[in-house]
Design a protein. Sequence first.
Length: 391
Amino acid sequence: MRRTVKELLVEIKDTSELMIDLAYSAILFDNDDIAEEVLNLEKKMINFLKEIRIGSILSARRVDEAESVSTLLQIANAAQKLGNAAGDIAMLVIKDYKLPKEMVGAIITHSEETVTKVEVSSDSEVAGKPLGVSKIHTRTGMRIIAIRRGFEWIYDPDRDTKILKGDVLFARGDATGVPKFIELVTCEKFERKETPPEKIIGDLDKAVSTIIQMKNLSELAVDLSYLSILYSNEEIAHEVIFIENEVDNMKHELQHWVLKSSSEFNSEVKPLIALLELSYVSEVIADSAREIAETVAQKMEVHPIFRKAMEETDEVISIVEVTKDSKLNGRTLGEARVESNTGMHVIAIKRGSNWITRPSASTKMFAGDLLIAKGTREGRELLNGITVSTY
């Protein structure tokens, strides 16, 4: 049975974002199985795009309908580019272009959203329960993107997927949610290891720092681009365009530092090639986000079916306003424990005419701030409850 355009939009958005999550997990954990799944999903994305082209053509009967449908195709094409970027990361793993462990450690530690893996203990309260019952995402802010069960894999598990003892869970989310996630899954107290990171050779530490910033900004741009359409907000769309320009500039910066450090690597150039490829991928992700946001910046008509599709995606993204009477007013994100109490990840804050695009645990919130957050539907309701009003 042919899927509707709305169903295809949901599939395309969810699949492209899953591919990015899995691709980064594959390279950071050096896992060929996950990389192969990314390449399998890339083939599915091609079929989704074929279907949505056919569905869009069939649904447009007048010129005005064709114009609004064309924006859906622009969004779908941009999402496919996101999937292709994930495929490029996966190929690094398949071709054995590994990152040194000190680079991996730096990326995991300093990324806005981190990835982690942990085994489910026999006495864990989540063992034997479906994800919809245990509510891991809402309670910890960590979203399960893959499960390894013996020699089998479950990718993109849904709320009906049951977690079993011995499962290895691969999860993605804000770093502040990792301790609560590990304690919930293992029933063991989380103890942060204070082992000093190994020294990265010469100028390469500057390249690694740049790639982390590019990764963080490009992923933020994608979230904001979808949000700009959801709220028909030109300010957010222009912020995406600004971020994309920043990422472009950072790519040249990274190339500079990689070339400067190349002599210190002698004949071992694979890590440098991997870094350069990751910078290219980050640029493609940011470019794709800009293509999505351009539909709003250029005042193009977006078909209402897109907004309906956004409400059915795996993760929801929303804007909430901090009011004077809110529990968040005057407190930092860390003090309010927004992430661990609601499962919603605050990706940006709009304060008057200014943007805070990478808020940290020490970022203080004030009445009138608009919090841009993503997570589960249950988490959105919890966040609405502590901010008092919604946008």
